[in-house]
Design a protein around this ligand. Structure first.
Ligand SMILES: *[C@@H]1O[C@H](CO)[C@@H](O)[C@H](O)[C@H]1NC(C)=O
Ligand SMILES: *[C@@H]1O[C@H](CO)[C@@H](O)[C@H](O)[C@H]1NC(C)=O
Ligand SMILES: *[C@@H]1O[C@H](CO)[C@@H](O)[C@H](O)[C@H]1NC(C)=O
Ligand SMILES: *[C@@H]1O[C@H](CO)[C@@H](O)[C@H](O)[C@H]1NC(C)=O
Ligand SMILES: *[C@@H]1O[C@H](CO)[C@@H](O)[C@H](O)[C@H]1NC(C)=O
Length: 349
């Protein structure tokens, strides 16, 4: 009975919506759109059209909030739209203005770990009368998976409830361990930087070996776990910072080794220069990421940590490649055999 009433109501709303177009669609200001597009392109390597389509669907989602079709506290947007929203929010002053102008208040989403596509929201909006929606965007699968690796909210949740981080290798990365054991750098003044150190599996191991380690991560929960463990182990050579790669000061000719394990590397000259400049002469840059092959099939990996063959050495073309491998091995995420990329480049200038 309830279903039939609902259906009837939906029908009425649908017809009403079409006939009257009784709403003003929320529009994100042009400047903000440019900002969001460029960040979607960088962070998720989206093409211009996909980014634009995500923004249009975010506008539809906002329209639903404005007309109370959507409850922003309960209705969690699907991955691609959530990522778009998150990018918008990150630039606080811009989003703050938009949110107050549009909703008379500051609205945010509640982070959810599970993403089922949320097509029910799409249907609610269609029934309300928004007719130019793009279902594909609401179903974009590879994008929604990225949030597991890219979203700060998600990482904090993971680290807080460490059991929810399933199939994550919380021990030192195998490639790093093998490399250090073989290369065996002298302890004397060998400085390591661990980019996005998380809960410190790699930093702690390096500090235990006696190296001077600096690590940073945007997740305060991750850093707290690392700090507590360092304290328990009486480690004095580990320094940690809660910050992002954009804000961290890399310095010039500082590091003998930079460790970059499953972290998105951005193809932007400014960014790459910053990394290279901060290496000492003979300094090493170590990367482990997924191979591009992981974008197909059942266990798709996030696109921002997935690279085609030989792209990494190309990005760091001023470094001399010491190691480039594409083994099938256990990655730190997923606990199954996966094609991964392992790279070490050396600064010889
Ligand atoms: C819907 O969005 C997808 C993803 O951006 C795009 O490839 C497709 O062309 C869009 N479809 C329409 C009808 O705009
Ligand atoms: C937000 O609005 C205020 C007041 O209108 C304005 O001064 C400020 O520049 C706006 N900020 C952004 C980022 O647009
Ligand atoms: C850390 O230092 C304290 C005090 O010196 C000592 O009691 C403890 O056993 C040490 N712990 C480890 C893991 O070395
Ligand atoms: C590589 O070296 C060239 C020539 O010195 C320089 O112009 C370029 O900025 C360097 N690239 C990076 C990523 O540091
Ligand atoms: C990096 O970006 C430049 C400019 O967009 C492009 O020409 C180049 O092919 C890209 N390199 C890689 C390795 O993706």
């Amino acid at each position: 009975m309830k279903i039939i009433v609902n259906l009837l109501l939906n029908c009425i709303f649908f017809i009403y919506g079409i006939l009257s177009k009784s709403y003003d669609e929320v529009q994100i200001p042009m400047n903000d759109i440019q900002y969001i597009i460029s960040h979607l392109q960088i962070k998720y390597r989206m093409n211009y059209n996909d980014a634009k389509n995500c923004i249009i669907e975010l506008e539809h989602f906002f329209t639903g909030i404005k007309y109370k079709i959507i409850n922003n506290m309960i209705d969690h947007p699907p991955g691609a739209i959530k990522n778009t929203w998150e990018i918008y929010i990150v630039h606080t002053s811009m989003y703050y203005n938009f949110s107050y102008l549009t909703f008379d208040r500051y609205i945010h989403y509640t982070p959810l770990v599970e993403d089922k596509g949320q097509l029910y929201i799409y249907n609610k909006l269609r029934i309300f009368g928004i007719d130019n929606m793009n279902e594909t965007v609401w179903l974009l699968r590879s994008l929604n998976e990225q949030e597991y690796y890219s979203s700060l909210a998600t990482w904090n949740t993971y680290f807080k409830k460490s059991k929810s981080l399933v199939n994550f290798n919380s021990n030192v990365n195998k490639f790093l361990k093998q490399f250090i054991e073989e290369y065996n750098p002298s302890l004397n003044n060998f400085k390591v930087l661990d980019i996005a150190m998380g809960q410190g599996r790699n930093s702690i191991w390096l500090a235990q070996k006696g190296y001077d380690v600096v690590g940073f991560d945007t997740s305060i929960e991750g850093i707290n776990i690392a700090k507590n463990q360092a304290e328990r182990l009486n480690l004095t050579t580990l320094q940690t910072y809660v910050t992002s790669i954009e804000e961290f000061y890399f310095g010039v000719e500082q590091w003998d080794l930079i460790v970059c394990i499953y972290f998105p590397i951005i193809n932007q000259t400014k960014y790459l220069q910053k990394l290279e400049q901060s290496l000492k002469y003979k300094g090493l840059f170590m990367v482990e990421v997924f191979h591009w092959d992981n974008l197909i099939g059942e266990h798709r990996m996030p696109i921002d940590v997935t690279y085609k063959t030989n792209i990494i050495p190309l990005l760091f073309s001023n470094l001399t490649t010491i190691i480039y491998e594409e083994p099938m091995d256990y990655s730190d995420f997923g606990n199954r055999l996966t094609k991964i990329i392992r790279y070490v480049g050396q600064k010889q200038y």
